[in-house]
Design a protein around this ligand. Structure first.
Ligand code: MN
Length: 202
């Protein structure tokens, strides 16, 4: 199995179907999240209402009062936060797109990298998809070629593949990152990407 997916692979019908399914699943999760939000104040995370694991649960009608089935997260709910230096090099901001207090297996984040900024090396137990929404960046699997990505591109990292992603050295980049959690975690952070590793194109 090929563990590095270039941008071209996302243009195949097969991959497009996978993306469509993924986005559909995300939309379903969003609906469930927003529905759950309507049952109580956002500050009080409802128990056992969002962690659906079966098709039966997913398709079950939501039990909410009429007019309380939709909640919009705005402003402070999704305010950008400093990515910090523990898991990133350079200036990085992270905007969590789902309410952090909700018990969802998927918690997408919008991550913006200044030029030269990048993640540490890391892996994802269930893989990860990146939707590049602005600018230009680089992504690289350990032992693989560094790949140029730009707004509109979609990236898939296989589960357990050690990799990094970030901006190019002279351009900023923003992506939405989507990864499913396994046993409560969707990422295993490791060591920083050195300047030499970041700059080399091999
Ligand atoms: Mn990643």
């Amino acid at each position: 199995m090929t563990t590095t997916r270039t941008m071209r692979t996302t243009h195949s019908k097969h991959s497009n179907r996978r993306l469509t399914a993924s986005l559909a699943a995300t939309a379903t999760a969003t609906t469930l999240l927003l529905t759950a939000c309507g049952e109580s104040e956002p500050e009080a995370a409802p128990a056992d209402t969002t962690n659906t694991t079966s098709a039966e649960e997913t398709s079950a009608p939501a039990e909410v009062e009429p007019g309380e089935g939709v909640t919009a997260l705005t402003g402070d709910d999704t305010a950008p936060q400093d990515g910090g230096s523990e898991n990133f090099t350079g200036d990085v901001s992270v905007r969590m797109l789902f309410n952090d207090e909700e018990d969802s297996a998927v918690k997408p984040g919008e991550v913006s990298f200044d030029p030269g900024a990048r993640t540490n090396w890391h892996t994802h137990p269930a893989g990860q998809r990146l939707l590049i929404t602005d600018g230009a960046g680089w992504v690289q699997e350990e032992g693989g070629e560094r790949i140029d990505v730009a707004a509109g591109d979609v990236v898939w990292f296989e589960p357990g593949v050690r990799h990094w992603h970030g901006a190019q050295n002279d351009q900023a980049m923003t992506h939405i990152a989507i990864a499913e959690a396994v046993d409560g975690s969707d990422v295993d952070w490791q060591d920083p990407v050195t300047d030499e590793q970041y700059e080399e194109n091999s």
